[in-house]
Design a protein around this ligand. Structure first.
Ligand code: NPG
Length: 372
């Protein structure tokens, strides 16, 4: 397979409501969509997980564009006719980290390759389910009544699991109220996005009384020792997100007992092939995993759903319906069925068609990558 055209498309799409985490608030989803075209005339698509600012991780969109243009794309081009999705990671290995940039490249190439073979992401990755249960991530709100109203809306819509974003000053009270209002049967978890330190251990253990499924990434991404210490004293299972960027990280964290659950986001770990390796390492250790999200449009959501259908994904993911984020998605919208599940796409590659007019309307700029 050879690439004959490639373009990075900067898009900005309004969110239906602002989304606030412990590291910031976004009103729009800014991202880069990559389109590649093969010598066989097949298009491959992918969506970047990075944001405008390097607050969730060290990557940011302008940096992604730079590292692709100056360091990653020349290595892909050098593969010539020998380009396959499996060849991407080894070719890019000399460039340290930059997982979201690598994910963008590998995913578009995998999409094109699978479309050429008439195979879906699900079949390729080893999906075992036709539909996956959908959870929803609820941002930090200005007031508790606003939070309760938002959660009520999602429960009513049929989401099977609620994740509350927390930070110091917005933790025990919101969790207590949501538990009280929606009862003990609601599957409930929290996500701190690294907002706490080991000094907060006593405070965090007070979350134990609320029967949470898990607490996600309470401490800094590089603090595995701290997570292990916390996991020893907390009854609530500790889940890692930001700390895990590879199967090796997963194996280390599990060996150190720093987590008993892992959130797998393909964008954070360099793509679907590494995501599947993490799944395999976790499964071999009896560690449950679930699929996280980065507010993806349908372009990124479709392959995430395929990943979430692998057998080790035993907890509902942040694989919500399109309407959770966008009034107009870039693909046909993903919708919840009566059981709170979303169907895994079955068509070749990512299995969804991009709506060209919608994409054009939200595109700020298109930059071509050099060919040959
Ligand atoms: O449903 O796609 C979604 C969002 C889920 O909370 C979510 N994502 O920390 O996991 C996270 C958070 C996030 C959003 C992280 C955007 C980075 C960017």
């Amino acid at each position: 397979m050879k690439i004959v055209a490639a373009e990075l498309r900067w898009v900005q799409i309004p969110l239906v409501a602002p989304f606030r985490t412990s590291f910031g608030t976004c009103d729009d989803r800014d991202t880069i969509v990559l389109r590649v075209v093969t010598d066989g005339g097949i298009e491959g698509w992918s969506e970047c997980g990075a944001e405008i600012d390097p607050l969730y991780s060290e990557e940011w969109l302008a940096g992604v564009e730079l590292v692709i243009r100056d360091h990653l794309w020349p290595r892909i081009s050098a593969l010539g006719d020998g380009l396959t999705a499996v060849a991407v990671k080894p070719a890019l290995e000399p460039v340290k980290r930059h997982f979201m940039a690598k994910h963008l490249l590998e995913t578009a190439i995998l999409d094109a390759e699978l479309k050429g073979a008439g195979m879906s992401f699900g079949s390729y990755l080893g999906s075992v389910k036709e539909r996956v249960p959908a959870g929803v991530s609820v941002g930090i709100m200005d007031t508790l009544p606003e939070l309760l109203e938002a959660v009520a809306g999602y429960v009513e819509a049929g989401y099977v699991r609620i994740k509350l974003k927390i930070e110091p000053g917005w933790d025990l009270e919101p969790v207590r109220l949501v538990r009280q209002e929606f009862g003990d049967d609601l599957l409930l978890q929290v996500d701190a996005n690294t907002a706490y330190t080991l000094l907060d251990v006593q405070h965090l253990t007070r979350l134990d009384e609320f029967g949470l499924l898990l607490i996600e990434q309470p401490l800094r991404e590089d603090d595995l020792r701290g997570h292990a210490e916390l996991a020893r004293v907390m009854r609530t299972p500790v889940c890692l997100d930001e700390s895990i960027t590879s199967a090796r990280d997963a194996a280390t964290a599990i060996a150190q007992r720093a987590c008993s659950v892992i959130n797998i986001k393909p964008a954070r770990v360099g793509g679907y092939l590494e995501a599947r390796r993490i799944h395999d390492v976790a499964a071999a250790n009896g560690i449950p995993v679930w699929c996280g999200g980065m507010l993806e449009t349908g372009i990124g959501r479709a392959p995430n759903l395929a990943l979430a259908a692998l057998p080790g994904f035993v907890l509902p993911g942040d694989t919500s319906a399109s309407s959770r984020y966008y009034s107009q998605d870039l693909t046909k919208p993903f919708e919840l069925d009566a059981d709170g599940c979303i169907a895994v796409p079955t068509g070749p590659g990512i299995g969804v068609d991009i709506l060209p007019d919608v994409l054009a309307a939200v595109t700020d700029r298109v930059d071509s990558l050099p060919i040959g």
